[in-house]
Design a protein around this ligand. Sequence first.
Ligand code: PRP
Length: 179
Amino acid sequence: MHPDGERILLSQEVIRERVTALGEQISRDYAGREVLAVGILKGAMIFLADLVRSITVPVQIDFVAITSYGSSARSSGAVRILKDLDESIAGRHVLVVEDIVDSGLTLNYLAANLAARAPASLKICTLLNKPTRRVVPVSVAYSGFDIPDEFVVGYGLDYAGRHRNLPYIMILRREVYGG
Ligand code: PRP
């Protein structure tokens, strides 16, 4: 394990099995339809890359990049779109792919924004879910793991831009982030 880690929360093998199962479930649910997987940069990129390879119905991929307006505006849930979708989602079956739902502020905003663009359907798939941290409601259709309120990195999740490349998810040592 990386020396910044306290312990491994989800091993590479455990993640792989769960992501495969999610892909199979999504393939069943979307039988006969085409999915537009919308990844939220940057955290979701690794999960999305693995998930779509477990989906057997036709899939297209697009990305949005967003940032919050800063700590004070954070509680309002206002986020700014840095990079919007490349294409219209009107009439399409949109599956938003996220690495983690924490307070829910990001997806609460983004789901409303996307729903206003008249997709045929809109669902959310997250690898990690911290239900005890929720501030605003988010309707999550697919969730990989409910996890405790710990600072986790790896498999796309970062601390100060680092550790996204770890193939497992580990709990960060408190000394590292000053928690
Ligand atoms: C993380 C994560 C979600 C959001 C979840 O993104 O990818 O988008 O925070 O938190 P919330 O439920 O409290 O809104 P982050 O801002 O760390 O950006 P990143 O994906 O580029 O790492």
